[in-house]
Write a protein that binds this ligand. Structure first.
Ligand SMILES: [Mn+2]
Length: 351
């Protein structure tokens, strides 16, 4: 049977909050959801699995309605979903009184429960979070019966605060496939018949690398996994090392060159390092052809302290440099040293 496995869509989230493109990122999450539904249709998959955190927080009633109408368009193909830590079934959650379309099955039990899809000869085992944290290793003691059905685990977690999981133990439980969510970086373990599909869209600037959904071809005998990229955008880290001769315009030219290649909507995560001239400021982001999600200036001011010290050994500047060099090293000391030297030298320091 063919399964499309997704999780961690985080609908309702506003990535890069405060940035001018934040609304666009928020809308892209729904766009990717539509892509996943379309892919399920186009691949003629037998089943769509959503392993938690479909929503970023408690879903609004209208958001549930929208999600359900999209999933209903797959009918009669079944969709099975669970709630994760972000969209857990809190006491007043709209999940609790929502009526899903006939082809959508929500496993709401807080402990592993199972659903038989007799047409497909498959049993889905799953559970939903009822609070944001579940420290119990709920998957550790599961065991699959040898009853001729295909058994699939649908679970959310994998870290200490969210259903700790041991991959070997999970593999030993005998599931023909474990469709997992919560870890946003995709992790496919075909030999162990398990995978975290990751978030299908990057959710912040640390989510670098490819994002997608998993197409799982599952029989009782074997499981094959294919990664299908789904993201509308990507965050690209770009690190540039400058020196005392680098001006802002020189830096802009090299960044523009680096940005010229690449496909799709790209948001850059830029780090400037190395030493800069005292008069050059890299802390203010440059205006560039692609949006910059994060700009980090890690440069230090380049001053030839040894030369200054030998030239000013008998005066206040010399004393100041020697004294500052006895302080614990770090960016604060470097800045104080640079400002002090500049104050002592006046214009001279700028040459
Ligand atoms: Mn999660």
């Amino acid at each position: 049977m063919k399964i499309i496995h997704t999780a961690d869509l985080h609908l309702g989230m506003r990535p890069d909050r405060g940035q001018p493109w934040s609304d666009e990122r928020s809308e892209a999450l729904w766009q990717t959801f539509r892509f996943i539904v379309r892919t399920t249709k186009e691949k003629r998959a037998d089943l769509l699995l959503i392993a938690g955190d479909l929503f970023h927080r408690q879903p609004l009633a209208r958001e549930l309605k929208e999600a359900d109408s999209l999933l209903a368009s797959l009918a009669p193909t079944p969709v099975v979903l669970i709630a994760g830590n972000h969209d857990c079934l809190s006491p007043h959650s709209h999940y609790r009184n929502f009526t899903w379309s006939d082809n959508v099955i929500f496993i709401d039990s807080p402990r592993p429960d199972s659903v038989l899809l007799s047409d497909l000869g498959v049993v889905i085992h799953g559970f939903s979070y009822h609070q944001a944290e579940v420290r119990e290793a709920l998957c550790d003691h599961l065991h699959v019966p040898n009853d001729g059905y295909i058994h699939i685990l649908l679970a959310h977690g994998g870290d200490a605060g969210h259903v700790p999981m041991d991959k070997q133990r999970l593999a030993a439980a005998g599931f023909h496939y474990a469709a997992l969510g919560h870890i946003h970086k995709p992790q496919l373990c075909e030999d162990l018949r398990l995978a975290w599909c990751g978030s299908p869209e990057p959710l912040d600037c640390t989510d670098t690398g490819s994002r997608g959904v998993i197409e799982a071809d599952v029989t009782r005998a074997r499981t094959r996994l294919t990664f299908i990229p789904s993201a509308t955008a990507s965050y690209i880290p770009l690190s540039v090392t400058v020196n005392a001769g680098t001006t802002r315009e020189k830096l802009a030219l090299s960044l523009e060159k680096a940005m010229a290649s690449g496909k799709g909507k790209r948001y850059y995560v830029i780090t400037i390092q190395g030493e800069r001239n005292m008069d050059t400021d890299f802390s203010t982001p440059l205006s560039l052809p692609c949006p910059v999600a994060r700009w980090e200036d890690r440069t230090r001011i380049a001053v030839d302290y040894d030369r200054l010290l030998s030239e000013h050994s008998g005066d206040l500047l010399g004393q100041f440099i020697s004294e500052m060099r006895r302080q614990p090293p770090g960016p604060l000391r470097d800045r104080a040293l640079a400002f002090g030297v500049r104050a002592c030298l006046g214009e001279e320091a700028q040459q």
